[in-house]
Design a protein around this ligand. Structure first.
Ligand code: ATP
Length: 249
């Protein structure tokens, strides 16, 4: 059996007396798209915050490739291979698309300030990563445009690219298609589907068509707990899930 790349064991997050994430246990298998769905307020974003280290957990254990990371702050979890795609605000608006990607690629390389040759090597590597990503993101045509000038769909693909640039193990995507038109949704779906070749993806997505099309595994949350887990067909046919999402699947 394949070992999970990321594992949450009995993770609980309380805000005061309110339990937003309640004793969640989750195995994320490598090379999969694992979607977390559930009604508003179910605890999906809080779970992402807990796993990525944006918020400390109240109790439980989080392991990446078997190594405990629950005690680590977010930036140290990034070094262990977790990357979160943030919204448009994380782009550098006055830099070109290529420069944004190059910076994101450099951000993860150790600083080589005391060895100029190693620094050149790391810059060259960052440029190569950026150029490779431009193709994968279908942003070649706008590589020299400022990121502020991109369409909404292009900006959202660039955000995903910024997460990919650090060559992480697991990428967290929080509603990557929100506010998009149908063409951009298609592009984003293709992009996420392709991510499985090199990364593992944790996805929060409200659009059920997308979730059912591109997920390998789905976790359904309700009131901070897991309501159901399984492959798209199992989730689609799960009576409890159908009741929770009546009419939307
Ligand atoms: P949505 O789909 O609407 O984004 P969600 O499933 O991501 O919802 P969360 O944002 O994780 O849900 O919120 C879960 C619950 O935790 C909600 O009731 C929310 O009000 C509460 N909550 C979230 N953040 C905080 C906070 N910082 N302090 C107190 N309560 C919070």
């Amino acid at each position: 059996m394949t070992a999970p790349i990321l594992k949450a064991v009995n993770v609980t997050k309380r805000y005061g007396t309110f339990t937003a994430v309640n004793n969640i246990t989750l195995d994320i298998l490598p090379g999969t798209v694992h979607s977390v769905i559930g009604p508003n307020g179910a605890g999906k974003t809080t779970l992402f915050h807990a796993l990525t280290g944006s918020t400390p957990i109240t109790s439980g254990s989080i392991l990446i490739e078997g190594e405990e990371i629950a005690h680590l702050p977010g930036f140290k979890r990034v070094r262990k291979g977790l990357a979160r795609s943030f919204q448009v605000t994380s782009l550098f608006p006055n830099l070109t698309v290529r420069e944004n990607l190059r910076l994101a690629a450099q951000g993860t390389r150790p600083t080589q300030a005391f060895n100029p040759w190693r620094r050149v090597e790391s810059l060259t590597m960052a440029c190569d990563i950026a150029d490779d990503l431009l193709g994968k993101l279908n942003l070649h045509g706008v590589a020299q445009r400022l990121s502020a000038e991109l369409s909404h769909g292009q900006q959202r693909r660039l955000e995903v690219g910024m997460a990919m640039a650090g060559q992480p193990k697991v990428i967290f995507l929080d509603e990557p298609t929100s506010g998009m038109g149908i063409d951009d949704i298609g592009e984003m779906k293709r992009l996420i589907h392709g991510l499985r070749d090199n990364y593992t993806v944790l996805l929060i997505e409200h659009n059920m068509d997308i979730v059912m099309d591109i997920s390998d595994q789905i976790t359904v949350m309700q009131q901070g707990q897991i309501l159901a887990q399984g492959k798209p067909d199992e989730i689609r046919n799960d009576e409890r899930v159908r009741r929770a999402y009546l009419g939307s699947m």
